[in-house]
Design a protein. Structure first.
Length: 451
């Protein structure tokens, strides 16, 4: 064997090994070049086979007859740009007259097979311009967030989408959100990523964890208030409603609606206030909402109505006061009692991990997109953390959060504990950080050995 043959065999073997063990490395070394060549070479024939071409115009046909030339072929959309990324290719197309962005979206699966890519998604950028995002491998199998993220106040990168882009939780764009998921579906990991992303920001975190605080209390150093039972949660929510009313009084006092002030400076929410007057925004995380809605006696029913009423008021009025809701649960539907559907209507962002039945998926996406419901019930049990995220616009994506252990989230919260604001309204609910040197008491004693 010649030296060139040996080198070629080694390169092919290395490429095969990388594709099997490290698909991301394979894509960056070999895959991006091969895929770009494949797309450019096959482009015209693939578009014709997928029905994404238009017949030649009349003036081109007339010109061909006059000049005695062959009949022009159908024309595919014009390529404006082909850009490689760390996970795939981005192809920007200019549609021909008579074509529609829906035609490209409907042909996405056929384009995936024709270009030998792992996934293809399309979106319309503006009139006549469509962007195809093609992934070269399964980016959700082993989630690796990019090193460079778009840092912005109240905008947290929490997961990776199936097209390779980063999924952000933007509180100023989508103030309130609902997260559903069965046991062991990855819902807690998603919540940890959210808390870890909010920890370095100037924001007050408020937690309601009715599972005796096992999920949120380890992160207590970064929380301004915590409640671990429904009774404390009811008082905490009432305090938040009082804070919301106080913030609105501040906005009214600083609206600056005199004739001498330009319209652009008139304040309508906390983000229009000067920095030295702006209250700290508050994010409320409810770990299991069903525990707040269930009751077994008349007294518990009164407490339940008080809690749901406060949540609905915060969801309807809290955005301008800088109060945002993150509601988590396994189920969220009308069986939880009156006021629940009214609360759900205010939760614009929806995220559903693996669910046990179609009814649970309908709770999240039934009023948004039937396709998202179908995608949610198809999440396999072995892919923990895989979820479907959507909003009231009807758009949805498959996402997966990177695995973050509880220890990593605790370390992040402890590192940024100095950013925890002390809010006077929430002082009675501030978690007590006490350390005990006593040895832990065993849950059960071992029976003495018998002779």
């Amino acid at each position: 064997m010649t030296a060139s043959t040996v080198v070629l065999v080694l390169v092919v073997a290395a490429a095969g090994l990388l594709r099997w063990r490290r698909p991301a490395w394979y894509w960056l070394t070999f895959g991006v070049t091969l895929a770009s060549v494949r797309v450019l070479v096959r482009y015209a024939s693939v578009m014709d086979a997928c029905g994404l071409t238009v017949p030649p115009s009349r003036w081109r046909l007339a010109l061909a007859r006059i000049t005695n030339r062959p009949v022009p072929e159908p024309r595919p959309p014009r390529i404006l740009r082909l850009r490689p990324t760390r996970t795939g290719l981005v192809l920007r197309l200019k549609l021909r007259p008579g074509q529609d962005a829906f035609d490209v979206a409907a042909a996405s699966d056929r384009l995936r097979h024709s270009f030998s890519m792992y996934g293809v998604t399309s979106r319309e950028l503006r009139s006549g311009v469509v962007e195809l995002r093609m992934t070269g491998y399964d980016v959700l199998k082993r989630v690796q967030m990019p090193a460079k993220l778009d840092a912005c106040p109240m905008r947290v990168p929490v997961a990776l989408r199936e097209d390779g882009s980063v999924h952000y939780r933007d509180y100023r764009a989508i103030p309130h959100a609902l997260t559903l998921g069965a046991t062991e579906s990855g819902k807690s990991v998603y919540q940890r990523n959210l808390v870890a992303g909010l920890a370095p920001m100037d924001v007050a975190l408020v937690g309601i964890d009715c599972k005796q605080g096992v999920e949120l209390f380890p992160l207590a150093r970064r929380f301004s208030a915590l409640a671990d039972n429904p009774d404390t949660a009811a008082d905490l929510l009432d305090a938040l409603v009082s804070r919301m009313e106080g913030v609105y009084q501040l906005i009214r006092a600083e609206q600056r609606i005199t004739a001498a002030v330009p319209d652009a400076e008139i304040a309508a929410d906390i983000w229009d206030l000067p920095d030295h007057l702006r209250p700290v925004p508050v994010v409320i995380l409810v770990d299991e909402v069903a525990e707040l809605a269930l009751f077994a006696s008349k007294d518990e029913e009164k407490r339940r109505d008080r809690i749901i009423t406060a949540l609905v008021r915060l969801a309807q009025l809290g955005r301008a006061a800088g109060i945002y809701l993150e509601i988590c649960g396994q189920r969220f539907g009308s069986e939880l009692g009156k006021g629940i559907t009214m609360l759900r209507a205010q939760l614009t962002g929806r995220t559903a991990h693996r669910v046990n039945d179609e009814t649970s998926a309908n709770m999240a996406f039934g009023d948004i997109s039937p396709d998202a419901v179908l995608a949610a019930i198809q999440i396999p049990a072995e892919l923990r953390g895989l979820a479907v995220a959507g909003d009231s616009t009807g758009g949805w994506h498959r996402i997966r959060a990177p695995h973050t252990s509880l220890r990593q989230a605790v370390n992040t919260c402890n590192r940024h504990a100095d950013r925890t604001p002390a809010l006077p309204e929430l002082a009675p609910f501030r978690p007590e950080l006490t350390s005990s040197t006593e040895a832990p008491v065993p849950l059960a004693k071992t029976a003495p050995a018998t002779a």
